[in-house]
Ligand binder design. Structure first.
Ligand code: NDP
Length: 396
């Protein structure tokens, strides 16, 4: 029986709250706080059990610490934006409470994705006797756990890893992003990067692509991107020679993105507009559909997994672990599309691992550092069942 404080009432926050509310035996009390309290109230009104709602500006560590001090939760789940990671980690440190998030910290003024900012908290968290679990979404998150599971049960060493992320759904809008538009567009428009033979190889944005055959979806054009889990997995996977991340994008999405970039709407530096400073990408976010609202008419599936190539008992072994999720089914269950769902469910399971004491530690941790078995078992129980295809490679 534990109290959890969830910060962020967007698309993902809604799913985390709904899923936690389904498990009163684990999450006996839920506090939901966000910048706009109305969004918390709307989520609360959709639930069958009461929760507490609060307003907080999580850019301010003092406000976070005061909120934690007021409610005394066992754990803070951060599903606000990556910009808030450090102030929320600071607030948890001050209050002496465990921390979990789904995306690594990014400074607002430069699209720089790396774990160093958060790994730097390791000694302070350790000294305080608390833990931080980083990246408990799908990718990062479930993909890291798939890697730990493959390492534990199927391989002596894993040499090649391809994380493949396909959204074959259709939301009916000419252009929309499936999670926070600002974060999404910053991620896609940066340079691509993968890790090979101990080094990072940098490429121009979206300059490498190929068709990948996704389970239950079929072949889709996929683009090599940098994604944050590559950084921690390159550190922890034994025998690794190369790790890459691929994501699908439709022609229509890419054409819109190209135009937006060409006209300067994806810039993240402030520009003068009628005597005010505005950041074009933040303005763009204000006019695009809210990702939390996309679920209503969303059709189709996501198919996300990890393709492994390595060695077991002296024999070469190739396989894939993956999950397929249906947008309309997610909407029926929690009024969310599958991208919010596939992020929110693992955040709930990560929180459950900590509160049940199945994942324990002092310091700052990535998902692959813990025993994957209880997490994998819960994925099957709570909405993200996984399957294995033996012999699957990125080419077949
Ligand atoms: P949304 O934009 O829908 O929601 C973000 C929420 O955070 C909003 O309710 C927003 O409040 C709130 N917020 C923003 N700033 C603050 C602040 N200063 N103080 C308090 N609350 C604040 O985003 P998503 O739900 O789509 O994404 C949530 C997180 O999940 C992001 O970090 C994203 O990167 C991550 N993610 C991770 C994935 C994974 O697989 N690991 C996949 C997809 C997303 P307001 O309503 O006032 O704007």
């Amino acid at each position: 029986m534990s109290k959890v404080l969830i910060i962020g009432a967007g698309g993902v926050g809604n799913v985390v709250v709904q899923k936690c509310a389904q498990l009163p035996g684990v999450f006996s009390e839920i506090v939901l706080a966000s910048r706009t309290v109305k969004k918390c109230q709307d989520i609360a009104a959709s639930l069958k059990r009461p929760i507490t709602v609060e307003q907080v500006d999580a850019d301010d560590a003092k406000q976070v610490a005061a909120l934690v001090g007021k409610h005394k939760p066992q754990l803070v789940v951060n599903v606000a934006l990556p910009y808030q990671d450090l102030p929320i980690m600071d607030g948890c440190l001050e209050a002496g409470v465990d921390y979990l998030d789904t995306a690594n910290y990014e400074p607002k003024d430069v699209a720089k994705f790396e774990y160093s900012y958060q790994w730097n908290y390791h000694d302070r968290y350790k000294d305080k006797g608390i833990m931080a679990l980083l990246g408990s979404g799908f990718d990062p998150g479930v993909t890291n756990v798939y890697c730990a599971y493959a390492m534990k049960h199927y391989y002596d060493e894993i040499n090649y890893v391809d994380i493949v992320d396909c959204n074959a759904g259709d939301h009916g809008h000419p252009f929309a992003t499936n999670f926070n538009p600002e974060i999404n567009i910053r991620e896609i428009t940066q340079k691509g990067r993968y890790w090979e033979n101990g080094q990072w190889v940098e490429i121009d944005p979206m300059s490498i692509h190929r068709d990948i055959n996704y389970p239950e979806v079929g072949p889709k054009a996929s683009y090599l991107l940098y994604h944050e889990e590559l950084e921690s997995l390159a550190k922890y996977i034994k025998g690794l020679k190369r790790i890459r991340f691929w994501m699908t994008f439709g022609e229509q999405y890419l054409t819109h993105l190209r135009v937006l970039q060409n006209v300067g709407m994806t810039r993240i530096d402030p520009v003068d507009y009628e005597g005010h400073k505005i950041v074009p990408l933040q303005f763009l976010k204000a006019v695009l559909p809210d990702p939390g609202s996309l679920g209503v008419n969303y059709k189709g599936k996501t198919s996300i997994g990890v393709i492994f190539d390595g060695v077991k008992d002296g024999q070469r072994k190739q396989m894939m672990i993956y999950n397929v999720c249906d947008h309309a089914e997610c909407y029926k269950e929690v009024r969310a599309q599958a991208v919010s769902y596939t992020t929110g469910v693992p955040a709930m399971i990560g929180a459950k691992m900590i509160l049940e004491g199945k994942w324990k530690g002092k310091g700052v941790f990535n998902m692959e550092q813990f025993d994957p078995d209880p997490f994998m078992a819960d994925l099957n129980l709570y909405g993200l069942p996984w399957k294995i295809i033996e012999g699957k490679t990125i080419d077949n």
